[in-house]
Design a protein around this ligand. Structure first.
Ligand SMILES: CC(=O)SCCNC(=O)CCNC(=O)[C@H](O)C(C)(C)COP(=O)(O)OP(=O)(O)OC[C@H]1O[C@@H](n2cnc3c(N)ncnc32)[C@H](O)[C@@H]1OP(=O)(O)O
Ligand SMILES: N[C@@H](CCO)C(=O)O
Length: 353
């Protein structure tokens, strides 16, 4: 499908990758078939050295030029005039890839609650399938934030020399008990919705609203709430903070499914780059790409120390920090700082172009 960007005329396409071969999972289960929606911007050049691959976060989709508009797009840091930019909707997500609402070819019915557990390593293996099918031999830069950073780390491990630069934003080499705990509270909210258990697309929708509201408390920092959600003095009820969280909950529940939320948050929980590899420190040491780990000073979910830890163990890595009141989500918001940090990273080894 050829699409013209609504604002500027850039070369953007969204396609579906299809594999009819069973996709084996770490759990020992398999998806009988796999479909992955992916969006590309720009053209692969003749030397095939201009690939920028972005992995989206928990509720993102493949249209990276929309949700990362300050980084990807005409005249942006990654301009489709210069780069072939690609983003794949992760398996399990409801934006075009195989997910719990897909039909299970074995039964002819939607998977719903029978969808198998996915790990970030499974997701990296899915990206690897697409890379091979597109005949991309070299990736100039792989970037991912949060869950996307976890998947990018897993993929960087197996890409070895095929990857030149790796950028991990607000993420971690192994999910902390804190992150897993937050995710569990959100799944508990979904479970408490009386529609959860029904075989309908909207099952758990109200619970998903609460899950997102809880999540927002981990994506922001108290300073951000103090700056933006302070109610007028004398307020006794209906505080700004309350309506903000309710609004955010509804906004997500209107564009996402509780099924995908469940599967993706479980994948995040399972993330451990070091599983079966003598621990994450040893696994990080095997990553060959030049790496930039970026933390956010106010991130309450993936602590900046976890990004420092990534940089400490990857041989060719450095650490930089975004200063923001936005908390964890700053990597989706603070474009000016990100551009500066990335520019410095490329300049330090002269490799952007
Ligand atoms: C189809 C798709 O959308 S696909 C994927 C898009 N999403 C992704 O890729 C996921 C990553 N993106 C995100 O998580 C978010 O979009 C972010 C972090 C980048 C930005 O989040 P936002 O919700 O825009 O930021 P913020 O926390 O400032 O909230 C602003 C919104 O809350 C509303 N709001 C702010 N304060 C209040 C309040 N007190 N009461 C009610 N609503 C409020 C604003 O009006 C605004 O609404 P809008 O989104 O309808 O414009
Ligand atoms: N706000 C992000 C999750 C945090 O990385 C998202 O909705 O994908």
């Amino acid at each position: 499908m050829n699409l013209t960007h609504p604002i500027v005329n850039i070369d953007m396409r969204t396609d579906i990758f299809q594999s009819k071969i069973p996709f084996e999972l770490e759990s020992g289960e398999a998806l009988p078939e796999l479909e992955l929606a992916y969006t590309t911007y720009g053209q692969l050049n003749s030397s095939q050295d201009n690939v920028i691959w972005v992995v989206h976060a928990l509720t993102g989709d493949s249209r990276v030029g929309d949700w990362w508009s300050g980084m990807v797009g005409e005249d942006q840091f990654y301009d489709p005039a210069d780069y072939f930019i690609i983003c794949v909707n992760l398996p399990g997500s409801c934006y075009g890839s195989t997910n719990p609402l897909s039909s299970n070819p074995k039964t002819g019915k939607n998977y719903y609650y029978d969808f198998p557990l996915l790990t970030t390593r499974d997701m990296a293996n899915a990206l690897e399938l697409i890379r091979q099918s597109l005949g991309i031999n070299q990736i100039h830069t792989l970037l991912g934030g949060s869950l996307g950073g976890q998947v990018a780390l897993e993929w960087a491990y197996i890409l070895e020399d095929r990857l030149q630069n790796l950028v991990i934003l607000a993420s971690t080499a192994k999910s902390s008990p804190w992150v897993i705990g937050f995710n569990e509270t959100q799944r508990m909210a979904i479970e408490s919705d009386c529609t959860w258990g029904e075989e309908i697309a909207d099952a758990g929708k109200k619970g998903l609203e609460t899950a997102r509201a809880i999540a927002m408390m981990s994506y922001r920092h108290p300073w951000d709430f103090a700056k933006k959600q302070e109610s007028p003095s004398g307020t006794l009820d209906n505080f700004r903070s309350s309506s903000y969280l309710r609004y955010q909950g509804q906004k997500l529940a209107n564009r996402f499914t509780a099924f995908s939320y469940w599967i993706l948050s479980k994948a995040m929980d399972s993330h451990d780059l070091g599983r079966g590899r003598n621990g994450y420190q040893e696994a990080l040491q095997k990553i060959k790409a030049r790496t930039l780990a970026v933390g956010v000073d106010t991130d309450l979910l993936f602590l900046p120390e976890e990004s420092v830890e990534i940089a400490k163990h990857i041989p060719k890595a450095s650490y930089r920090e975004i200063k923001s009141t936005a908390g964890h989500d700053a990597f989706l918001i603070e474009f000016e700082q990100l551009r500066y940090i990335l520019q410095s990273f490329y300049v330090s080894h002269g490799s952007k172009n």
